[in-house]
Ligand binder design. Structure first.
Ligand SMILES: *Cc1c(COP(=O)(O)O)cnc(C)c1O
Length: 381
């Protein structure tokens, strides 16, 4: 036999790893820096590492109480009920749970383009279909209720990403509220805040919970992850904050013990390590500023731990940078063949990325666009 017809399904393209690239080029891994997957340049929170060591002998037990403890700590952090916190295997796992809880066969979801590939993948796994709304390069990928609503046609889930991957743009909370209000009662607005810690904006949990002047809603969910600001990408830990009306749904859709004992323990420790998160956020802000200032091509403003750069031929530029030891993300798979995305590294890593990219561009690889208009494609016809 064979698997079901998967011809509509496309494989997720992850950023390339140092080992993989070094092997392919026959070079030593120590020559490379990887700025392709928006990982934390400071590694995991030290408290989480200690916790992992100490938790190792206990992994023969199911993570019952630690799962509950982490859920309670996250609920406390957002001032919501524990039932509203859906722990999952990464933010991606949380997206899957939201799909499981809402999508009936042939339901459609509305996703941004360019955008994060997993939204559509998850919908297809759940026998749903995918429609797109466009974030326009001419408008610096500005996210507005208009852009979403003009494309919306009764989809069951609408995905918003704030900050947006790969552009770094954010969507103001009043726009999110408008989208939730103007779409059908049965449409869930998922606000993916995988990079929320890096942005100087309030979380959409305010819209969900009816804080700061909003009225509470039962059709908004917020997704967060420990992979980025907390530096725990390898552990796979994320969660959704859902409306309190959904209280009993999690028990019906989750894979038993969605998050492992190690993930829960490390997540709890990481939540308590504010210094590490603050340092991480400061490093990203400094790195973004340096890249915007010093890269000799157009760099979009970003609220994430990465920037999007207009380089002309992204495959050629990413390839040349990789040859010179800096792995960045060619954004062709996001639908942006003229752009690379560079993760914010430490000061030294950022400097190396800037120097390498400028040298590649100076060598005539790619085509830098000095001014914003041509980078945005405004001058092209
Ligand atoms: C990284 C990321 C996620 C979640 O990643 P996990 O590692 O599964 O937690 C979700 N959405 C976006 C846009 C991301 O970039």
């Amino acid at each position: 036999m064979k698997p079901r017809d998967l011809s509509d399904h496309v494989a997720y393209q992850a950023g390339r790893g140092i080992e993989e690239v070094a092997r392919e080029l026959g070079r030593d891994p120590s020559e490379f820096v990887k700025l392709a997957s928006n990982e934390n340049p400071h590694g995991p929170a030290p408290a989480a590492v200690t916790e992992l060591r100490e938790a190792a002998p206990g992994v023969s037990s199911y993570p019952k109480s630690t799962h509950a403890d982490l859920t309670a700590a996250i609920a406390d952090r957002w001032d919501v009920d524990s039932e509203q916190v859906w722990l999952a295997n990464g933010g991606d796992g949380a997206l899957d749970y939201l799909s499981r809880a809402t999508i009936e066969p042939d339901d459609r979801v509305l996703v941004p383009t360019p955008g994060f590939a997993y939204y559509g993948m998850s919908a297809r796994f759940h026998h749903g279909e995918v429609a797109e709304y466009e974030l326009s390069r001419e408008d610096d990928f500005a996210q507005t209720a208009d852009a979403v609503l003009s494309a919306h046609d009764g989809e069951r889930i609408v995905y918003l990403t704030s900050p947006h991957n790969p552009s770094g743009s954010t969507i103001p909370l009043p726009e999110i509220e408008t989208i939730a209000r103007e779409t059908d009662e049965e449409t869930l607005v998922v606000v993916d805040e995988a990079y929320g810690e890096f942005a100087d904006v309030d979380s959409a949990v305010s819209v969900l919970e009816g804080r700061n002047g909003f009225e509470s809603r039962d059709d908004v969910a917020v997704v967060r992850t420990f992979s980025k600001a907390y530096g725990l990408a390898g552990l796979r830990l994320g969660y959704a904050v859902v409306p309190d009306e959904w209280a009993d749904a999690y028990a019906r859709v989750n894979t038993p013990f969605a998050a492992s004992e190690l993930a829960c323990r490390a997540g709890l420790a990481a939540l308590g390590d504010r210094e590490h998160v603050e340092r991480t956020v400061e490093t990203a802000a400094a790195s973004r500023a340096v890249m915007r200032e010093e890269i000799e091509s157009y760099v979009w403003p970003s609220e994430g731990n990465f920037v999007l750069v207009a380089v002309g031929d992204a495959a050629a530029v990413a390839g040349a940078m990789q040859e010179r030891g800096v792995i960045v993300r060619d954004c062709s798979s996001f639908g942006l063949p003229g752009c690379v995305r560079i993760t914010c590294g430490t000061e030294a890593e950022t400097e190396r990325a800037v120097d390498t990219l400028n040298a590649v561009l100076a060598d005539g690889i790619g085509s830098p666009t000095a001014d914003g208009d041509s980078a945005r494609g405004v001058s092209e016809t």
